[in-house]
Design a protein around this ligand. Structure first.
Ligand code: RNT
Ligand code: ZN
Length: 426
């Protein structure tokens, strides 16, 4: 009987042919794989537990976010979450980063207010990351908290509330600095706040002035960019903030440019037919670096698991064609509680890498020549032809080379892990 999975020899043979095929177009597959192997993806810890964190076992997700589904196996503590992440990383080729939220602090059962968090509350995460070779990125958590109940945090009309969240964000930057210093790779600390109105406001200006003032306070202290990089994430609307979001795209684009910080583009945070792929070459004209939250909205900012869609490919193409890889920090942001959560990470991360590989295998110089010379017929013909080239053989070989399961083989391990570990969590 034929085995379900290809043998190493089959993978190597297919790769050899694919390599020759790409070489005919002057595409160097070895170079593409080398670049891919050095491109980290920041895995968002919050897919593992439906954005709950460890502050309290009966926390309710706020900020207009929603993780729907009740698939068994959610991580209930830091050790479970790290174990799940270890499993996920072991099924994704390459070495990747971890994106942490402040609610994943380990305080030894003690209640520590968010504005009092310090690096010591993340020492286990840092030790684990050091051991496994992961960089860490960080996020203040300005939601799921009594002080965020009104729907406003950094732009609240209440000075006490504003102060609390300013202090929290300052604490987070310091944690980011510590993390970056410890791990020898800068930590991107990304600020997203849910602030906005359900119904049409009469004053769109004042909350934005307040947000700007809060950010100025948060960023007042300079931190060495070798350790911490600051980023701000915009949004169009959320549940409960359908009519107005203080931190809109224009607001943060302006803020990031004026203050030389990173802008975070989340693929789910724009109008349903608006895409972030087209924004990269514009914003990178004026910004040194951007952060991506690769996500997938379905009809709204629903944070579905990333699939190998046309838009994901367009995004990867823009990054690669523009030589932007060193200036784009790639992170994932989705939370699906209706499927195996470890598989969700693996599927989303592998798809993001597959899209990057497809982009790295383009004969970009030739395509550009066609465009510059005005031969749009040949450009279209070649672009369409490329879709049928054996990129899958190159991807399989990469997985083999990196020591992770080839193809759907990763699902065997997911099933085994579910049986051994996830199903025991009730
Ligand atoms: C919310 C933003 C934000 C969050 C995480 C949990 O709409 O996308 O990035 O998803 O901070
Ligand atoms: Zn996001």
């Amino acid at each position: 009987m034929m085995s379900n999975h290809p043998t190493d020899k089959q993978i190597q043979d297919a790769y050899r042919l694919a390599k020759e095929r790409y070489a005919m177009l002057s595409v160097d597959t070895e170079q593409a794989l080398d670049t891919l192997a050095h491109t980290p993806i920041s895995l968002h810890c919050w897919q593992g537990d439906d954005v709950r964190g460890f502050e309290s076992p009966d926390v309710e997700l706020g900020g207009g976010l929603a993780a729907t589904g009740n698939y068994p196996g959610r991580a209930r503590n830091a050790n479970e979450l790290r174990r799940d992440l270890d499993k996920a990383y072991s099924l994704i080729p390459g070495t990747h980063r971890l994106n942490l939220h402040s609610i994943y602090a380990e305080t030894g059962g003690q209640k520590i207010e968010r504005n009092e968090l310090g690096p010591e509350h993340f020492s286990a995460w840092i030790a684990w990351a050091k051991e496994k070779g992961h960089g860490i990125d960080f996020n203040p958590t300005c939601f799921s908290h009594p002080m965020a109940e009104s729907g406003f945090t950094l732009s609240s009309y209440d000075e006490g509330i504003r102060r609390f969240w300013i202090e929290h964000c300052i604490a987070c930057r310091k944690i980011g600095e510590h993390v970056g210093r410890e791990l020898g790779t800068p930590c991107v600390t990304n600020i997203w706040v849910p602030d906005g109105f359900k119904d049409v406001p009469v004053d769109r200006k004042t909350p934005r002035m307040l947000l700007k003032d809060s950010l100025d306070n948060i960023l007042a202290e300079k931190i060495d960019p070798r350790y911490n990089l600051d980023s701000v994430e915009s949004k169009l609307f959320g549940i409960g903030s359908e009519s107005y979001v203080v931190g809109s795209h224009e607001f943060y684009l302006g803020y990031a440019i004026a203050n030389h910080i990173l802008l975070c583009l989340d693929s789910g945070h724009f109008h349903p037919t608006e895409v972030i792929s087209d924004k990269l070459s514009s914003v990178l004209m004026f910004l040194d670096e951007v952060l991506l939250h690769v996500s997938r909205g379905v009809r709204w900012d629903s944070d579905h698991v990333v699939i190998l869609s046309d838009e994901l490919q367009a995004l990867a193409q823009e990054i690669v064609r523009g030589d932007f890889l060193p200036r784009v920090c790639i992170g994932l942001d989705f939370f699906d509680a209706s499927i195996n959560r470890v598989a969700a990470w693996v599927i989303g991360a592998r798809n993001t890498m597959r899209a990057l590989l497809m982009a790295l295998l383009e004969p970009i110089d030739h395509l550009r020549e066609l465009e510059v010379s005005g031969d749009y017929t040949a450009r279209l013909a070649l672009l369409e032809e490329l879709k049928g080239l054996p990129f899958g053989a190159v991807w399989d070989y990469f997985c083999l080379q990196q020591g992770v399961p080839v193809g759907i083989g990763f699902m065997d391990e997911i099933r085994e892990y579910e049986k051994r570990e996830l199903s025991k969590r009730t």
